[in-house]
Unconditional design. Structure first.
Length: 148
């Protein structure tokens, strides 16, 4: 188990084709599942929670943050982004369509709050646009790696 000070697993995918918001959530979670930071069931929990509570994960115009509870399959603190080649509708009345889907997992509350606070600060400073402009995965990972 990780601790609050541990560096998160960070990854990204760019130019992702997603048929719908569910596919976009899976795309954002996939690198974290592949790396072993999230269990394979985690993306489905993110989707189930959104189906139950609505498009709460759409944080701002064009930006969604897929996440679920630690007990839903988080193995390590992690953050990833999927930059979509074409935006998808999440059903949010003000912030659709979405073209940047972030996925986030935390094994404990302290790490959860610290990473979310850092992520919010970076989003306010233009992180989503940096990700949208990233020409490749390495550039997107570098941009996302600034969030700690």
């Amino acid at each position: 188990m990780t601790h609050a000070g541990a560096d998160p697993v960070v990854d990204a995918v760019v130019d992702v084709r997603a048929a719908d918001w569910r596919g976009a959530v899976h795309a954002a979670c996939a690198p974290l599942v592949s790396s072993g930071a999230l269990e394979p069931r985690y993306p489905e929990r993110c989707i189930a929670i959104a189906e139950e509570h609505g498009p709460y994960m759409v944080l701002a115009p064009g930006i969604a943050l897929a996440h679920a509870r630690p007990e839903d399959g988080v193995l390590r603190l992690c953050l990833s982004a999927a930059v979509l080649s074409a935006p998808v509708e999440f059903g949010h009345d003000q912030n659709d369509p979405v073209d940047v889907v972030l996925a986030f997992g935390s094994p404990d509350d302290a790490a959860h709050l610290a990473l979310l606070q850092n992520l919010a600060e970076h989003l306010l400073a233009g992180l989503a646009d940096q990700l949208r402009l990233a020409p490749d995965q390495a550039t997107a990972v570098r941009a996302l790696s600034a969030v700690r």
